[in-house]
Design a protein around this ligand. Sequence first.
Ligand code: FAD
Length: 222
Amino acid sequence: MVREDKALIGYLLRNEHTSPFEQVVLTFHCKMPIFVARQWIRHRTARVNEMSGRYSTMRNEFYLPETDQLRTQSRTNKQGRSDEDLSAEEKQQVLEMLNKNQVAAYESYERLLGAGLARELARINLPLSTYTEWYWQIDLRNLFHFLNLRLSAHAQYEIRKYAEVMVGITRKVAPVAYEAFEEHVLRAKRLPASVCKKLKKFLSSATGGSTEAEELLKILDE
Ligand SMILES: Cc1cc2nc3c(=O)[nH]c(=O)nc-3n(C[C@H](O)[C@H](O)[C@H](O)COP(=O)(O)OP(=O)(O)OC[C@H]3O[C@@H](n4cnc5c(N)ncnc54)[C@H](O)[C@@H]3O)c2cc1C
């Protein structure tokens, strides 16, 4: 029964009985700037085949941020950008500078190749904004782990955008499991023991015997 399967999938994910999720394997064909690939490759449980800059010529394709993403360094989050926009003039300058460097880097790359230098050496000055491609194969258990980390507001905007697209794909392949992931992992909170204790105290004193509070107390006691 679909209803029973749904309940079981939820139970398995909530209780970290994760091996059934490893039976579902997805392969993504991805193209991303190298700085995104460097964050992505940290997920060690995938099998990866990346295009080789030793074997083939790197394409003249570079990432330029969208103008609304050109923001200042955050003062509170050392790893991220703030909500504060640069001025229109500054944005223009930034984009011109990035673009100019990308064009110059690719021109030197072509010149080095033209002079007969090996591809594996000619590429070494290409910037982190250069696009690379790979096939990335991962099982559903580890994909959920990847999505949980890379959909987070703490993840860099650029990799987050990839994670968001992968959500749509994962939903199509495994809709019930994805729903369980949202409920039991992505939107769930793991509470420290001290917070659970406080919550229990609060619920016991504030309830006046309400059934809702009793249900919540039961969950906290599980
Ligand atoms: C917002 C954010 C900021 C980050 N900032 C930095 C940074 O500044 N510097 C930096 O170096 N990294 C950074 N990382 C990368 C981070 O430390 C992890 O390497 C990355 O998120 C992969 O996580 P993982 O190891 O859990 O995943 P995976 O490699 O996919 O592994 C999945 C799970 O498998 C298990 N596993 C895999 N390999 C091993 C192993 N060898 N031993 C034991 N268990 C294993 C673990 O349970 C692990 O959680 C950042 C990540 C995020 C999301």
